[in-house]
Design a protein. Structure first.
Length: 136
């Protein structure tokens, strides 16, 4: 699916993912839907904020592998700069910078790859049976 490289496009990508999960049998209030929605939101927001190239949209691919009970989220943008494989949590007083840190916590695996002819794809995999408990 293709979305405009804007905050509105990122929100629409998240909402579209939630609708697809519901069609696959994961209600919006389920752990799987909430986690995948957050992963899509963070990757799409990063594509808009850090990967935006004027006049270019970003792409979202969402695949559910039934046998493995696994979701694969891919967000592609036109900027070739790939994220660090070891995201660091920002200081408590920082207002932003937690996106890939959250992805690192919630996804079973994630990474990035160059995209042909231009740009990159950042991907994350999440197993629906995985339970994530975040203590505060």
């Amino acid at each position: 699916m293709q979305f405009t490289s804007s905050p509105r496009g990122a929100r629409l990508a998240r909402r579209t993912a939630v609708r697809h999960l519901e069609q696959w049998g994961f209600p919006p209030s389920s752990d799987a839907s909430c986690t995948v929605a957050l992963l899509v939101a963070e990757l799409a927001a990063n594509a808009v904020r850090h990967g935006r190239v004027p006049g270019r949209d970003f792409l979202l691919s969402l695949v559910y592998e039934v046998r493995a009970s696994q979701f694969r989220i891919e967000v592609s943008d036109a900027c070739p700069d790939r994220p660090s494989a070891d995201p660091v949590a920002p200081a408590d007083e920082e207002e932003s910078g937690r996106g890939l840190f959250l992805v690192d916590i919630l996804a079973n695996r994630w990474g990035s790859a160059p995209r042909t002819p231009v740009g990159k794809t950042v991907w994350a995999e999440y197993h629906a049976s995985t339970t994530c408990v975040v203590e505060t």
